[in-house]
Design a protein around this ligand. Structure first.
Ligand SMILES: [Zn+2]
Length: 280
């Protein structure tokens, strides 16, 4: 996780300077003198500088629990937007909390819903302080995607990421998959999967995705008979969205209630071509 931050917000026509001023005052920001004629305001909050220009807000400085809270709220200030590279920087500071609950009012995620007594009433509040009425459905965040063996062998996962899909996802790559391949004696496939894993690790370095190998799970492959069953069990076990190109497997996963992303194997060739054209 990064220890410092350098973000540039764009200012849209919806921006109202007083709203931002109210926001920074709420965090007990200190006024600093501007250092050049283009700066409109210069605030500092606990080692974090916020410099307002005509069309930009530059935020830079130290990351700590306090400034992270400021950064989490800041994008909700009306009229501030982030382009994709700045949004990605912000995402790296706040990884998605798997299975956290999304507030239907403000869209912030929460791990905790807590009771509070108000007069003769009991109510429940999320971390954002909005109420949750404890009525289903609970909208939860899921960032885990588990590709099946064909998706890995065809290198379609790294291609999708290179094309801008699956950004922010945690790709579940159970090490046990390599054992599965051993058990089913598919050496050509093992080579292809290792090379796809290398691709994904390279992409991870840029912060676009995360990889979770669940390396310490006590799963004995020989006990199971089918490759698909092992993968599907793993998807259930890790609560992942399954990513597959196998029609039969897709049906099977859906039957057992597993959220699934399906890519027709007929589209693999196209995917390869599009990636080549777009990333050159
Ligand atoms: Zn809320």
């Amino acid at each position: 996780m990064p220890e410092s931050v350098n973000l540039v917000f764009d200012i849209t026509s919806e921006f109202v300077e007083d709203i931002l001023k109210g926001f920074v005052e709420g965090w007990k920001a200190k006024h600093r003198s501007t250092t050049n004629q283009y700066q409109r305001f210069f605030w500092s909050v606990n080692g974090l500088s916020l410099i307002l220009y005509e069309k930009k807000l530059v935020v830079q400085g130290r990351l700590n629990e306090f400034t992270k809270r400021v950064l989490k709220e800041l994008p909700h200030v009306k009229g501030l937007t982030l382009d994709s590279s700045n949004a990605e920087k912000l995402r790296r500071i706040f990884p998605v909390r798997q299975n956290s609950i999304v507030c239907g009012i403000c869209q912030k995620d929460t791990l905790l819903i807590q009771s509070s007594i108000e007069g003769l009433d009991i109510s429940f509040r999320m971390e954002c302080e909005h109420r949750h009425d404890l009525t289903a459905p609970f909208l939860t965040l899921n960032n885990r995607v588990l590709p099946d063996i064909n998706m890995l062998v065809s290198k379609s996962v790294s291609r999708l990421v290179n094309l801008g899909f699956l950004t922010g996802a945690e790709i579940v790559f159970p090490e046990v998959i390599l054992d599965v391949i051993d058990v089913f004696k598919k050496t050509g496939k093992k080579k292809a999967i290792s090379s796809e894993l290398k691709n994904l690790r390279r992409i991870r370095e840029k912060g676009r995705i995360k990889i979770n190998t669940f390396s310490n799970l006590p799963i004995d492959i020989k006990e199971h008979a089918e490759e698909d069953k092992i993968i599907l069990d793993f998807a259930h076990f890790t609560n992942s969205v399954l990513l597959t190109s196998d029609e039969v497997f897709k049906e099977r996963a859906l039957m057992s209630g597993r959220p699934t992303i399906f890519i027709s194997p007929d589209d693999f060739g196209e995917l390869k071509m599009i990636e080549k054209v777009r990333t050159q």
